[in-house]
Design a protein around this ligand. Structure first.
Ligand code: BEZ
Ligand code: FE
Length: 284
């Protein structure tokens, strides 16, 4: 058998080569690189586990249900990517930063555009809450110089562990969300509530998969931030509540040690808690 016939007809041995040989030389070069690698690794995986016909059927059914539940506010494929660690890997590859710069983590599905701009110091919690918290810190460049005009887009869950968009009939719109802009000193401060840990949406195929794998669906308590400023790389990140039970088992692998923030009780203050976190941006 010549090499040519080996890849013209499908064989178990040369399966990936046979598929990749069909890709046209005119195909987009990057697409060719990505797809050839995907096919190579996918075939290697199928061979590695010697996938049975039944397992193949389960996988097709799983992917079908994953697609069927998508729509509107639900993106189950991103959730699948999140729980497989792929979202964090893509994020890591695309956001390599020098030591000292604030690290990125996952955006998550609950960011909303068009949130109100608040005066510095405003309270973003519109539905009340007992565990009130003052968030504060500075935005600087890598040399410690304050960054003026930095936009801080922040959001968190409620004390019951839900974002406003998950409970449109229960929480006021834009509850626990706000946008702030730093002045010349690069400082920020605002009030909200101390976030709580919560499960990712686990009533679909991804949640079922976690169950079968003996994995819990929880994320450690965190505050979401997108910090951006002219001339700097934007940072999409969280601060995580130090001491949370799920810090080392985040369902979506979003925790980085540098993002763990202390939440300190305040005696006789305007809020019960305070949490300082300083953001460091890299020039673009
Ligand atoms: C979140 O933190 O909002 C989140 C991130 C990934 C998946 C689900 C939720
Ligand atoms: Fe979140």
């Amino acid at each position: 058998m010549t090499d040519q016939t080996q890849i013209a007809y499908f064989t178990e041995e040369a399966s990936a080569e046979t598929v990749n040989a069909r890709v046209s030389d005119d195909a987009d070069a990057r697409l060719k690189t990505v797809m050839e690698s995907l096919v190579k690794h996918l075939h290697a995986f199928v061979k590695d586990v010697e996938l049975t016909q039944d397992e193949w059927g389960v996988a097709i059914d799983f992917l079908t249900r994953t697609g069927q539940i998508c729509g509107g506010n639900r993106q189950e494929f991103i959730l699948l990517s999140d729980v497989l660690g792929v979202s964090m890997l893509v994020d890591a590859i695309n956001n390599r930063r020098p030591s000292g710069a604030t690290e990125n983590t996952v955006l998550g599905p609950f960011h909303v555009d068009g949130v109100p701009d608040y005066e510095m110091g405003a309270n973003i919690t519109k539905a009340g809450g007992r565990e009130t918290c003052r968030f504060f810190g500075t935005v600087t460049d890598l040399d410690g110089h304050p960054v003026a005009g930095a936009r801080i887009d922040v959001w968190s869950d409620s004390e019951d562990g839900f974002y406003d968009v998950q409970q449109p009939d229960v929480q006021p719109r834009h509850n626990n969300r706000g946008v702030f802009t730093t002045g010349a000193d690069g400082k920020y401060w605002f009030d909200g509530i101390k976030p709580v840990s919560y499960p990712i949406p686990d009533d679909g195929p991804v949640g079922q998969m976690l169950g079968h794998l003996g994995r819990h669906p929880y994320r450690p308590a965190h505050m979401h931030f997108i910090v951006s400023a002219e001339g700097f790389d934007p940072v999409t990140t969280h601060t995580f509540v130090a001491g949370d039970d799920y810090l080392t088992s985040d369902a979506v692998f979003g925790v980085k040690q540098s993002l763990i923030a202390t939440f300190d009780p305040v005696e006789g203050g305007e809020t019960r808690w305070q949490s300082r976190y300083d953001f460091v941006l890299q020039r673009s």
